[in-house]
Ligand binder design. Structure first.
Ligand code: AMP
Length: 156
């Protein structure tokens, strides 16, 4: 088996992210790999279908909101990374971007020529018994191996 060198870890910044990252660190340690943590801020635009006149936020409001969310997520990511400092000799990089999580995770995996994607089996969305929708898309369309770390929803 070829060693993994570049590992992409998809983190939704939920309580399970520590566990997902720790599993990725184990694999990275055993393979001498680098880790890239990625969080994708999903901006959901709501369009009202009411018969009342619709008020759309000015474009600046949307981008301001997006900037705010990215800033918040970057702070959470920094906390997550701080909590991971366990002395392992693994190079960790990270980024927070906006977009559709599954599409961005797959795009960055291609771009970085990732050889392993690590994600949680479930995240903040998804059904109790089914694989989460982001995890499912990664599993089906990844250009490389995928490690889906079992998270609490299917172990309870
Ligand atoms: P889900 O498919 O939403 O249940 O989430 C399953 C896994 O996909 C999570 O545990 C994360 O590893 C990953 N994931 C979900 N949403 C995001 C996101 N916005 N950014 C990065 N990774 C995510």
């Amino acid at each position: 088996m070829n060693a993994y060198k570049q590992i992409l870890v998809a983190v939704d910044l939920s309580g399970d992210s520590q566990r997902v990252c720790r599993q990725a660190l184990e694999v990275a340690n055993g393979n001498g790999a680098s880790i890239f943590l990625l969080h994708v801020v999903e901006i959901i635009y709501q369009v009202s279908v009411a018969s009342e006149p619709m008020f759309y936020p000015a474009f600046e409001d949307i981008s301001q909101n997006e900037e705010e969310l990215i800033k918040l997520s970057k702070a959470k990511m920094a906390d997550l990374i701080r909590g991971l400092q366990t002395g392992e000799n693994v190079r960790i990089e990270s980024d927070v971007i906006s977009g559709i999580p599954k599409a961005e995770i797959l795009r960055i995996a291609e771009e970085k020529q990732t050889d392993l994607i690590v994600c949680g089996s479930h995240g903040r969305s998804g059904f109790e018994l089914l694989l989460g929708s982001t995890a499912n898309a990664i599993l089906h369309h990844a250009p490389c191996d995928v490690l889906a770390v079992r998270t609490k929803k299917n172990t309870e």
